[in-house]
Design a protein around this ligand. Structure first.
Ligand code: NI
Length: 264
């Protein structure tokens, strides 16, 4: 069984597909759980309503670093919203200097607030970083993010960044990007990350893996990424699925793992 550790079901459903259809396809691909990741407070309540009837979906709370003209989340608000029983993480948060211009002190402040909230709420962080390697690591260290733990999601950086993240008690999550032909350096990183620190994700509806590249992504497609990674690492899909799924529930300790019925 696999877990999609990062998707945005509220951007996929019901615009592209019904949630029932998405969950049915996920079940057929052996995806047992999905983490639906928050990007803004404005979208938070509708997202929670969408996932409410479906126990195999957990969620996070946070404001994406790309979000401008959005409601800011203070620490207390994040901590309060994180008390909901389905919330297993804080994020996605982080730094993105690729999409934002000018003075981005507001982005760094937003990131710091999320880290403080994660430590207070005792929930792991979901971190997005793009073109901001040094500042991301510096802030994670300054704010003692290792106490909360977390994941660098949709990892696209080099081995030095992976090593630094591992040293900070973080996990590394691979998306469909690792299946792309031109992601040569990333494939090398994916070979080297220790199995017990690796997660898989779709980031749906974006970044569908080969052979679905260019299509709307959905949690079922995490299987293609897992198959690709297993082959890359010389492991079986079963091995990779088992270890990344165990990793998921270890990191996101509040996520409800389906009870396997013992056959007597
Ligand atoms: Ni995302």
């Amino acid at each position: 069984m696999l877990v999609d550790s990062h998707c945005h079901l509220d951007m996929l459903c019901p615009q592209s597909q019904s949630i029932e259809d998405v969950l049915e396809q996920a079940a057929q691909a052996d995806i047992e759980h999905m983490l639906c990741v928050s990007v803004s407070l404005e979208r938070f309540q509708p997202m929670m309503e969408l996932i409410a009837p479906h126990a195999q979906i957990s969620a996070s709370v946070g404001v994406h670093p790309d979000g401008t003209d959005v409601q800011e989340a203070d620490e207390a608000t994040l901590v309060e919203l994180a008390r909901h029983e389905r919330i297993v993480a804080i994020g996605e948060t982080g730094l993105d200097y690729f999409r934002t211009e000018g003075d981005v002190e507001w982005q760094r402040e937003r990131f710091r607030r999320h880290i403080r909230a994660a430590r207070e709420a005792r929930k792991p962080l979901i971190v997005h970083t793009r073109a901001a390697r040094e500042d991301t690591l510096a802030i994670l260290r300054e704010e003692r993010a290792d106490e909360a733990g977390g994941v660098l999601h949709c990892f696209t950086e080099d081995w030095d960044m992976a090593r630094a993240a591992l040293d900070l008690n973080f996990y590394i999550s691979f998306s469909g990007i690792v299946t792309f032909k031109n992601a040569v350096e990333l494939k090398e990183v994916a070979r080297r990350v220790p199995a017990e620190r690796m997660l898989v994700e779709t980031d749906a509806p974006y970044l569908a893996p080969v052979p679905k590249r260019g299509k709307t992504n959905q949690p079922a497609f995490v299987r293609y990424t897992a198959e690709y990674l297993a082959e890359l690492r010389g492991e079986t899909l079963e091995q990779l699925a088992a270890v990344t799924t165990d990793n998921f529930y270890r990191l996101f300790a509040d996520a409800r793992r389906p009870v396997v019925e013992a056959i007597q």
